[in-house]
Structures are given as C-alpha cells and as structure tokens.
Design a protein around this ligand. Structure first.
Ligand code: GAL
Ligand code: ZN
Length: 704
C-alpha cells in the first residue's frame, strides 16, 4: 500500500530532453482536425509553420471517427493529417483516442457507463464516461491503441504516444457492481484475510465487521460518515484501477511501437490520481495547467503545479501538455488571459523544467461544449491579439533552445503524498476547513517569494539532497516516512512541520500517546489536544518572553519575534514543551501564553513546528528563518509578483505584475531572449521576462 517513493533530486548528467530530435523546446497544442473540414488542414499547417509549432497532440477525442464500429479502423483521414504534419516537419504526440468511448460501444456494453456513489448511472452525451474497471472498456481501448500503434509506429510524424486523457477527470471512481467486485479482489490482495481488513478498518466501531468478502462494498452513500479505512482504501483502489487502464494501453504500445515515449496528461494537484505511483510508468510526465486569470496570484499555484510535475517525474524535463492561450469555458465567469500572461506563464513552465509548451487547443472550436474555449487560432482568426502572442512566443521559444534538457536543482522540498491527501480530506475530522493544497500554498509562497527552487518530495523518498523540508499537514505517515523525516533532521537537515502531522497510520488509525507520536522527540514537544479555530477567527500571536535570537543574521528582526499584528488562523495545538524553544505564543484566548510555534535542535539539525497557521508576514518570517538555519539562500528584496527561478545555468526573472518593476541583478548579464547585456539595475516593464545567462558572472544579488 505504500507508494513507490519519488526519485528525489536528480543527480548530474541524468536529465535528457523529452524529445531530443526537436533540438529545443517543443511548441504547439491539441490538434483536432477531425472537427474541421479537410479544406482547413492546409491552412492549419501553414499557420503552424508561421507560429513555430513543432509538436501537436492529435486526435485525443477522435475514437468514433477512427472506429465507427467494432473492428474496422477508418484511419484514412489520420493518414493524411500525419502526412501533412510530416511534410512540414511537425511532430505528433499521437493520442490513443480512448478517453471517450463511442455511442456504438456504449450501446453494445451499457455496463461501461460509470455509476456514482448514490447509484446513478451516468449517461452518454459528454465525455470520459467509462467505468475504469469495465473489461469491455479496457479491451476496446487496448484494441484501439494496438491498431493505432500497428499502423503508425513508424510514421515519421509520430514522436510520442498520448494515452487516454486526464485520467480521473469527471469520473475519478466508479461504484458499480463490476467495480465492487474489482474492489474486493484488490482488498483480498492487500489483506489476505478478512480479519485483517476488519482490524484495519476498525470494524468493531458501529458494528461494521464483515463475515464474508461478498459483503464488502465500495463506499456508497450511507446515512452518515462512512468508514474512514474503507474510503481510504477505495481511493487507493480507484487510482490503481485508472492506472491499470493506462498500463493496459501502455503495454500494447511498447510492444508494437518500441522506443517511442509514452505519456498521459496529469492535472497538477488533482486528488484522485497518485502521480508518484503513475509517473514511474511514464517515459515523460506531462501536465495540464489552467490558471485562473481572475486570480491575481495565479502564478503561485501555477508554479506549484510546475514543480509538482517535475518532481513526480524525478526531476526529468516534462511537458506542459495543455494550458489556455487565453480564456477557458468551464469556470462560472471566464476571463481572458491579460496581454503577456500566456507568455509569462508559458516561460514559467520552461523555467521550472518544461521542455514543451502546448495549449488546448490549436484552433478554437466552433461547435460542441468547448466552443467558447480559447484556441491558438481564435474565432477572430489571425488578425487578433491572441494569434500575435502565439506567433511571438513561438519565436522566443526557439531562442530558448539552449535551456532544453537542463535540470532544475532544488535545495528545499515540500513533502507531499496522495495517500495523506485522501486521508486528510476525509470527513469527521477536527476541522473540515483544512484543505491540503491551501496549506501547501501558504508554505510554498515564501519560497517562491525568496526565489528558492523547491521540489515536492514523497515522504519516503531520498531526502539527502535537500537542506530544508517543509511538511504541511502530513496527517497520515507511514513508519518509514516518519523515520525518514527524523533521520533527515538527525543528519543535519532542517524541517518545518505543521499542525495535524504524524497523526494516523496508513489505515487512518490514530497513533496514541500524544501527538505527533512519531515526532515528539524530534520536535521536543507533545500535543495534548487539537483546538481548531472557527472559520474566520484570528488569534493574536506574540513573540516569546526571551527571543531566540542566535540564529538571525545581522540586521534581521530577532528570530521568533512576532511582527505587529501577527495572528494565527485555522488551528491551535495545545503544546507542551519538552525541550523545544517557543518562537511564537498565542496572545489571547484559551491558550493565552502557550506556544504556537517552536524550534528544536535535534541531532545535527533543526526541527521547527507550527501549531497554527500564521498570517503571511509572520509565516514568511518563519520560513525565512528555517531557510537561514538550513543554509538555503534567499533572494531578499525580490518584489512580490516577480519570480526568480534557476534552471541549469540560466536565471529566469518573470514579472507577473501589470506595472513596471525595478530589479538589481548585481552585475551586467546576457539576456537570452534579446541577446542584449542588461543590468546591474533594470526596469522590467509589466509582465516582462529576462532569461539571464549566469555562467561565469557573480551570482545575482541574494542573501543567505
Ligand atoms: C482539459 C482537457 C481538454 C480540454 C481542456 C479545456 O481538461 O484535457 O480536452 O477539455 O480541459 O480547458
Ligand atoms: Zn464500475
């Protein structure tokens, strides 16, 4: 049940460009020519050439046009499309087209349609309408993948394979009878004996013991809170079932089209799919990243998605498979991207390790549910802002060719685990307002703000390449994961662990004796009670009576002193100090005067603990202190909204601001985008970007 640990930081020489034959960064988008008259195809190719497009994802939802009935493959149109692409030197990421089963297949096998937890069978009429456990679906999908591989394995346009689409999107799990049987088989493989399952799930509570495997069901709708162990195992099972769909197709492809990279597009922080487990079965990891232009901090979450994608792939270059060139159609209100935002967020991906910048989709649709989703060729045609930005980004990506294949090295990591996510966001908890990705974002923001490269690391992965780990709400932790964190600190690392960490075992059973049971010695404290705060409540925080000032660099505020107006939200732990020094105390209420944040020297390293969620200024200061303790250099004075990311020997400076901003580069440097030497002081116009060659020169202004 334990995840395949992530590969941790890449070591020198292990990275290689995703598609070395492209000789640089890939550029393009989803290409759905089957939705257009053939007369537009020649224009598509001409415009792709004009924009510098060199990779398109072909036919993701084209199953019914490829196979209008059982057996036969009507691939003439696809032959012509691929030939046109090959003639123009454009590569295809060829889809297996299996994300939306055709009407004829559903009519022949209605059991393919998935069933929700309340027993509703979903209907044909949109997309991704399949039960992941359905043998009829899996067989038909593998059959189609095999026919396509047989026909196109050696086609000169086909550079890689794209299996399915966004596994788990719309239908992350199925509760039908077929899925129930598959769940039982999965449980039998995990537990062997029913007694072990009863023990793991706490069957004695609410009279939930099973006496026969046949009685065990998926966690369908129940009168009140369902069994947490059952729900956690069903989440594991559902991720594994989707993965089995993917691997069934992958096996066919690798047998019939050996040597061609295989991918499927992840969805970033998407809870149903355990990407650490999946990425191990992918030749190249890819992601769909849809920032919300209405969010002034869209770049922060977007950066997290980029770092997560790189991290699950073990540091290898990855593909930005989809983004919107401008607006999407699926939010309540869909703002277009601001001028320059498509470019800034595309180069953010490159800075954070992407070797491909693709969009959904090439040509904005005129029909169907996505007709108001932007495309690289908008409804307005080429006389449009979007098209001009598309062409200009293509030219810039060609200039960034030297960046392709370079690794992004990180000294800091945020521990992240899907099994923890599933358990943490289960119900019947002290607070349902604790959302993991929100908390991850709060801890990640100061790293981004300080220009600190960070990975996301599985708790059981090799952490020895990092100096600092942040551990947000690692509620579920295995024995191995807990020991890994302890050893990391004992060996000289710095860890910052938050509230609601180390609480339960892999079956969501509470670890007894005072929280966090595995890390009480490490943290030098014991938590007796969990006291979450009501939504919207803020509790004053104060510095300790005697500030622990010895770790602060000259000129910095005394470590641990709470900035004026400091507050804690969301959570309070009732902390008993057992060796740790308080950095912050609660300044009012039930816990007035008791520790809210602590620091403890342990072995060769240091462990910080946060017993509440401090406001952003205070949290930024604490993360900064952890960075200094860890010896992780922080870029001080980087204006908020400006990103500084190092990839190989290049420093990307990306402004996400809609106003000019002044930067001090420390020296004159060559900008790869313009070929001009700039600095040491530069006035960066709104949403402007510099890609500086930092080899040879002194490091840009930073403080460590
Ligand atoms: C993705 C999907 C694409 C397209 C896009 C629109 O979720 O993979 O096919 O629907 O969203 O934003
Ligand atoms: Zn099912």
């Amino acid at each position: 049940m334990v995840n395949a640990p992530g590969a941790g930081p890449v070591s020198a020489g292990t990275v290689r460009s995703v598609l070395p034959q492209l000789g640089g960064i890939a550029y393009g988008g989803d290409y759905n020519p089957e939705q257009w008259p053939e007369s537009t195809w020649a224009q598509d190719i001409r415009l792709m050439t004009e924009a510098g497009v060199n990779l398109v994802t072909v036919g993701v939802f084209s199953w019914t046009r490829l196979q209008p009935g059982p057996g036969e493959l009507t691939a003439g149109w696809l032959d012509r499309v691929l030939d046109l692409l090959a003639g123009a030197g454009i590569k295809a990421d060829l889809a297996t087209a299996t994300a939306s089963p055709p009407a004829w297949l559903v009519a022949a096998h209605p059991e393919i349609l998935p069933v929700t937890a309340d027993g509703t069978r979903l209907s044909f009429g949109s997309r991704q309408h399949y039960c992941p456990s359905s043998p009829a679906y899996r067989e038909a999908a593998a059959d189609l993948a095999g026919r396509l591989a047989g026909r196109y394995a050696d086609h000169p346009a086909v550079a890689m394979w794209h299996i399915g689409n966004e596994y788990g999107c719309h239908v992350p799990a199925c509760y039908c009878e077929t899925s129930a049987r598959a769940f039982r088989r999965w449980l039998q493989a995990q537990y062997g004996e029913l007694d072990k399952l009863n023990d793991a799930w706490g069957g004695a509570v609410w009279s939930q013991d099973y006496t026969s495997w046949e009685q065990v069901q998926p966690p369908r709708v129940t009168p009140t809170f369902g069994n947490p162990g059952q729900r956690l195992d069903f989440a594991r099972f559902s991720s594994d079932e989707l993965l089995a769909c993917y691997t069934a197709e992958r096996e066919v492809l690798t047998a019939r089209s050996p040597g061609k990279p295989v991918t499927t597009n992840f969805m970033g922080f998407f809870r149903p799919v355990d990407q650490f487990r999946w990425a191990a079965r992918m030749d190249a990891v890819s992601v769909d990243n849809y920032q919300d232009p209405a969010d002034p901090e869209a770049h922060v979450f977007s950066a997290m998605v980029c770092d997560l994608t790189r991290s699950v792939g073990g540091g290898r270059p990855w593909l930005l498979m989809e983004q919107a060139p401008s607006a999407v159609n699926w939010r309540a209100v869909n703002l277009p991207k601001a001028p320059g935002q498509y470019r800034a967020l595309s180069l953010q991906a490159v800075a954070r390790g992407a070797d491909a910048v693709l969009s959904f989709q090439w040509r904005a649709a005129a029909t169907g549910a996505e007709r108001f989703h932007s495309g690289m060729v908008p409804h307005a045609g080429t006389d449009s802002r979007v098209w001009r930005e598309v062409v200009s980004l293509g030219a810039e990506l060609r200039r960034l060719a030297p960046v392709a294949g370079h690794p992004v090295r990180a000294q800091a990591a945020v521990l992240f685990d899907w099994e923890n996510w599933w358990a943490l966001e289960s119900d019947s908890h002290p607070s349902s307002s604790l959302r993991l990705t929100d908390l991850v974002g709060e801890l990640y923001r100061p790293l981004l703000q300080g220009g600190v490269n960070a990975d996301f690391a599985h708790p059981e992965s090799d952490l020895s390449g990092y100096r600092l780990i942040l551990v947000p709400a690692l509620y579920l932790v295995t024995g191995a994961g807990a020991e890994n964190v302890r050893r990391f600190v004992a060996d000289g690392g710095t860890a910052l662990i938050t509230f609601f960490s180390g609480i339960v075992d892999p079956h969501d059973r509470v670890r007894l004796g005072g929280y966090p049971e595995p890390w009480r010695d490490l943290l030098g404290l014991r938590i007796e009670e969990l006291a979450p705060l009501p939504d919207g409540a803020a509790v004053r925080l104060e510095g300790p009576a005697a500030p622990v000032a010895d770790t602060a660099p000259a000129g910095a505020a005394p470590a641990g002193a709470a900035p004026a107006g400091a507050v804690g939200r969301l959570w309070q732990d009732v902390i008993e100090l057992r060796g740790a020094d308080p950095l912050l105390t609660f300044g009012e209420g039930y816990l007035d005067g008791q520790p809210a944040a602590t620091r403890h020297d342990y072995g060769q390293g240091t462990a910080f603990y946060l017993g509440t969620l401090p406001d952003r200024t205070t949290l930024g200061r604490l993360v900064g202190q952890a960075c200094r303790d860890a010896g992780v250099p922080l870029w001080t004075g980087l204006p908020p909204g400006v990103e500084a990311v190092r990839r190989g020997g290049y420093l990307f400076l990306i402004s996400h601001l809609d106003r000019p901003v002044e930067l001090d580069l420390g020296a004159k440097r060559l900008d790869l985008l313009t070929g001009v030497r700039v600095g040491p002081r530069v006035l960066l116009p709104q949403r402007e970007i510099l890609v500086l060659d930092t080899e040879g020169g002194p490091p840009p202004r930073s403080a460590g």
